[in-house]
Design a protein around this ligand. Structure first.
Ligand SMILES: [Zn+2]
Length: 369
């Protein structure tokens, strides 16, 4: 009986995968490789792209936009708590850049109100990020962290810095941040020009984030940075950062690939355990290894993706009994906690059934313990 159910489930997964991937152009294998290397960065017309994006911000809230609940914008529900917002990023441009409209952007609000944005997506989608921030009443960010130098994580800096005041940025020691030949370097230069200061994060550092402990786990201080990194090397150099608030914990690890996940699992063991995990690399099958998931042992995983990258990965989450939210299915997700290991979760949109299982929700709300 159980096997029959599994087969039925697999069939649903396949159907959903075809439905979801058929209408969008995102492809896991080249999702952000095409925009990773320094040499290819120049293929994008940065100026006109960001001008387009800034123009779009003005109209975004008036557009079709919300068949989505606006409950996630209720700040009173998370006030005085540690809250993480995993933003929806499935904004599809009429003229996509390359083949990707996918990226990460997550907002953290500490119990004392201190704010941090981890990644801000690529230029076409940063309009959404700015829109979310504005609707949450945030015009100034205390911290902005770039997990790594790929465009789908820190590409839309012009739009971000145009609309949002940024106090301090967190980056890794990647050489790409030090040259304006690379978009990541232009992000740093522009932020500094606008008055932001910055810190280079390295494993071993522990920083207080408004009452929440932020511990950097990767890259290590002795990391050797290749002069011309491959797309895989860029992803594997993502900052891995754990936030601990009382008994509650959240892990962010950018786009690290499975080999890097396994290395970290061996290096840190139980220290990697975190209740809420940001799904690696938009749910790609080159990440999200079983060993990683067993070691982190999350109670909930939140993924940000413009399309389902791999039904296999989502199946793995289901078989390992790890609930997940994914922005393409659920819209944005907000997870908040008092530090007691109990998490209130609000999604923007209730998931249609048969799509990778259904989370038990009432108006997009559920609790994880
Ligand atoms: Zn990415």
């Amino acid at each position: 009986m159980k096997n029959k159910l599994k087969r039925l489930l697999a069939l649903f997964l396949m159907m959903a995968f075809v439905l979801l991937s058929g209408c969008q152009q995102t492809n896991e294998d080249n999702m952000d490789e095409s925009v990773s290397a320094d040499t290819e960065d120049n293929s994008i017309d940065v100026g006109s792209e960001d001008t387009d994006v800034i123009a779009e911000i003005e109209s975004i809230d008036k557009s079709v936009e919300y068949a989505y609940s606006d409950k996630i914008f209720d700040r009173s529900a998370t006030e005085g708590r540690f809250a993480c917002y995993y933003f929806r990023s499935n904004y599809i441009r009429p003229k996509p850049i390359g083949n990707s409209s996918t990226g990460d952007a997550a907002l953290l609000i500490a119990p004392d109100g201190t704010t941090m944005l981890i990644d801000f997506n690529m230029a076409p989608a940063t309009a959404h990020v700015v829109s979310y921030l504005q609707r949450l009443g945030i015009n100034k960010l205390d911290y902005v962290m770039a997990s790594h130098t790929d465009m789908d994580h820190c590409g839309g800096y012009n739009a971000l810095l145009e609309y949002i005041e940024v106090e301090h940025i967190y980056i890794s020691d990647s050489p790409s941040y030090k040259t304006t030949n690379h978009k990541a370097g232009r992000f740093v230069a522009k932020a500094v020009e606008k008055g932001a200061s910055y810190t280079i994060l390295k494993a071993g550092m522990e920083i207080d984030f408004g009452g929440v402990n932020m511990k950097v786990l990767w890259p290590t201080p002795d990391m050797e940075w290749p002069a011309s990194p491959t797309a895989v090397e860029v992803n594997d150099a993502s900052l891995v950062v754990k936030f601990t608030y009382g008994k509650s914990s959240f892990l962010f690890s950018g786009d690290i690939n499975s080999a890097q996940e396994i290395e970290l699992a061996e290096m840190y063991g139980d220290e990697l355990q975190a209740d809420v995990l940001k799904m690696n690399h938009h749910g790609s099958k080159t990440s999200n290894s079983q060993k990683w998931l067993k070691t982190v042992n999350p109670k909930l995983t939140c993924g940000m993706a413009g399309a389902v990258s791999s039904s296999e990965v989502l199946e793995r989450y289901m078989y390992m009994d790890i609930p997940f939210t994914l922005s393409v299915l659920d819209g944005a997700t907000v997870v908040s906690t008092d530090g007691d290991g109990v998490y209130d979760v609000q999604v923007e949109k209730e998931r249609e059934d048969t799509y990778f299982g259904v989370l038990p929700t009432t108006d997009g709300y559920f609790q994880i313990k």
